[in-house]
Design a protein. Structure first.
Length: 210
């Protein structure tokens, strides 16, 4: 079992949590949601001795993928997302990049995941959980080994993601959280796309949306 280190940088104008998930034995690293500031992410990884091998996206909104193009150019890391999010990644109108980044951004993923797929990247196993509602093809990445889930904008501490953007649905979002996230062990740490970390147990008890 890989020893896993989790670190984060807050990037971009909308303060996105960009997560770095590192295999401590090999220093190979997955970057989740590099929303902006690719050079800073690369510099941080270099300073820590991490080697960025993959870029993973929880969803296609520009504040979460605005730095993908530059980070991929700097690291040659392939970009992975859920198949249902392809349209969002390729449509600047849907992914809100003109409003967020003041320029149209599109991202072509190198690999698409399916719901329920278990992928091993850098020796780290992740289960891909399809959680539509914030966007049509949003997903979360559950790492059983590390006892955590990277929830993107699906679940926050005491809240859930917005559903008033193109393709959003509050009923789908709440169902996603209930059926895919709240069934995880209560001690599972939630690493969200914005704000402070939380746990599944805490959200089951105190989240007013659920």
């Amino acid at each position: 079992m890989a020893k896993i280190q989790i670190s984060s940088l807050t990037v971009g104008a909308l303060a996105v949590n960009c997560w770095l998930v590192t295999n401590e034995d090999t220093k190979e690293t997955l970057v989740i949601d590099p929303g902006e500031e690719a050079e800073r992410i690369k510099a941080y990884a270099q300073q820590k001795g991490f080697q960025i091998r993959y870029i993973l996206l929880t969803h296609g909104h520009a504040d979460h993928m605005g730095g993908v193009e530059a980070l991929k150019a700097l690291t040659k890391a392939p970009v992975c997302a859920l198949r249902q999010e392809e349209a969002m990644l390729l449509d600047a109108g849907m992914n809100l990049s003109p409003e967020i980044n003041y320029r149209p951004i599109t991202v072509k993923a190198d690999e698409f995941f399916e719901d329920g797929q278990k992928v091993t990247l850098c020796g780290i196993m992740l289960e891909v959980l399809y959680t539509p509602g914030h966007t049509p093809g949003g997903c979360c990445f559950y790492c059983k080994e590390a006892g955590c889930v990277f929830s993107g904008d699906t679940l926050f501490q005491g809240s859930v993601g917005r559903s008033d953007f193109p393709g959003g649905s509050m009923s789908k979002l709440v169902r996603s959280v209930r059926e895919k996230l709240l069934v995880l062990p209560e001690e599972t740490v939630v690493y969200p796309g914005h704000g402070e970390r939380t746990t599944i147990g805490y959200e089951k008890k105190y989240n007013p949306f659920l």
